[in-house]
Write a protein that binds this ligand. Structure first.
Ligand SMILES: Cc1ncc(COP(=O)(O)O)c(C=O)c1O
Length: 470
């Protein structure tokens, strides 16, 4: 796997990769973005499509002018593009646009037709909070256990499905972990879920930008009933996400949010809801965001999701391989470079003896490398990976409630995107080696409330880079 060639350098497709950022010693360096699991930089094609569209931008849906008709046309085209991208059939599926994956999952939690008999949602201990908390508000939630490396315990999945069988309404699992990079065999789990008469949702926030997602036809027992995705993780940061799912669910029930757009007819006494997807898009939609998302999808499709996957697998293999040179670096998840193609390019680790807040701060301030640290909105998973339970877990909670995050458990996460290069990983490895050897320049002080370490002599002048009045 380590010998997998990088297909190509994709940097020229992106905006802002040449930006130099200030370092603690007064110099500047080209920014290295290893925080792609949070948000990715924009594709030039996305910005160009949006800029061009601005000339025609107008209200969508009920406007009668040419620009309104054009805007409506391309909003609906964008919806079709998103559905095609994930193998959804417009006859049987809908795509409801919203802000992001979080909003999409909240919508499904409120719109899902739970019954008195079927009111259990099976999710797992590895989920992002966005695919856990919405279910807790809507149903009885059961969590599948994890193995020590954070992978799903498939035996526990089988036994929970058997135990709750007729009561299971939905299984809601992440297609790929934003912490360990573990890729869930979603179609296998969907098949087992359907066998007990329940439905299956995959949180594809991490998967869709990096792997082909195919929902499959509803009559295929391995199909996905619903998926949720975010455009800002797919190189289109204009505030859009989508819930794609089986139409029959959205043809019944009240909208989760009411107002303009979701109705067929309203009197002072009565209301008839619109057909989907309108029923699920209250208010004026973000059609610019939808168009941006479709433009990103066009680029990803033109490159090819398989090409993207192998490019990112090569980056991941290179990183996993080189991480071995740092003896006090512990990776959480699959460490084997040979398995890079079977996981996402999301690698979480810690450096024994150096606080995760401090490592992230030194990387940013002394090397211009943007990573993320902490719990990545997956606190139960981090506690599991770090084996923090019982009294120790209680103490963590108490400290946080009392406003003290100075000992908050957490990891450091590097996550790769299409534009990253092996040279960037090499710079990263050298930086981690320096940090391990105590070979960094700044003096860092921790803020007790946030847990963050900041260098003592650091006053960035953001206005030198950007102004709201440009
Ligand atoms: C697996 C997973 N699910 C859901 C989300 C939430 O995505 P968003 O913040 O776009 O709503 C994230 C964000 O990182 C994620 O990684």
């Amino acid at each position: 796997m380590t010998s997998l060639p990088l297909e190509k350098d994709y940097c020229h497709l992106f905006i802002g990769l040449d930006v130099e950022v200030p370092l603690l010693d007064g110099s500047k360096t080209r920014y290295i973005n290893f925080d792609n699991a949070a948000s990715t930089p924009p594709l030039k094609a996305v910005q160009e499509a949006v800029n061009e569209f601005m000339r025609y931008y107008s209200s969508v849906h009920r406007g009668t002018g040419f620009k309104s008709q054009l805007s409506t046309h391309f909003y609906e085209e964008a919806r079709q593009a998103v559905m095609r991208f994930v193998g959804a059939d417009p006859e049987t599926h809908i795509c409801a646009f919203g802000k992001n994956t979080t909003e999409a999952i909240n919508k499904l939690a409120r719109r899902f037709p739970f019954t008195k008999e079927r009111n259990v949602v099976i999710t797992s201990g590895m989920e992002h909070h966005s695919n856990d908390l919405p279910w807790r508000e809507a149903a009885e939630v059961v969590h599948i256990q994890l193995l020590s490396d954070g992978k799903l315990d498939f035996d526990d999945f089988d036994s929970k499905l058997k135990e709750y069988k007729d009561r299971v309404a939905l299984v809601a699992i992440s297609g790929g972990s934003n912490v360990t990079g573990f890729i869930t065999p979603i179609h296998d789990l969907a098949e087992k879920t359907h066998a007990v008469g329940a439905q299956f949702m995959a949180d594809c926030a991490q998967l869709a930008p990096h792997r082909k997602v195919d929902m499959l036809p509803l009559d295929d027992s391995r199909h996905l009933d619903y998926i949720a995705i975010s455009a800002h993780k797919m190189y289109a940061p204009y505030g859009t996400g989508a819930l794609i799912g089986r139409k029959d669910t959205f043809e019944t029930g009240d909208p989760d949010m009411v107002g303009g757009g979701v109705v067929e007819i309203v009197s002072l006494e009565d209301v008839v809801w619109a057909e989907p997807p309108d029923r699920d898009e209250a208010g004026s939609p973000n059609h610019v965001g939808a168009i941006a998302m479709a433009a990103a999808i066009n680029t990803l499709t033109a490159i090819g999701m398989d090409t993207i996957a192998s490019h990112e697998a090569a980056l991941t293999a290179h990183a996993l391989h080189r991480f071995r040179e740092i003896p006090n670096l512990n990776i959480f998840g699959d460490k084997d470079p040979e398995n890079a193609a079977q996981r996402l390019g999301v690698i979480s680790f810690n450096l024994q003896g150096v606080d995760h807040f401090k490592v992230a701060s030194i990387l940013g301030h002394e090397y211009g490398i943007g990573v993320r640290n902490g719990c990545f909105c997956a606190q139960p998973l981090i506690m599991h990976l770090l084996k923090i339970k019982g009294e120790a877990a209680q103490k963590v909670q108490e400290d946080i409630i009392q406003g003290d995050r100075s000992e908050m458990p957490g990891l450091i996460r590097a996550s790769f995107g299409l534009f990253n290069r092996t040279e960037e990983i090499d710079i990263f490895i050298d930086a981690l080696k320096d940090i391990t050897n105590g070979d960094y320049k700044g003096e860092y002080v921790q803020d007790k409330a946030s847990g963050e370490f900041m260098p003592t002599d650091w006053e960035p002048k953001f206005e030198d880079y950007f102004s709201l009045t440009v």
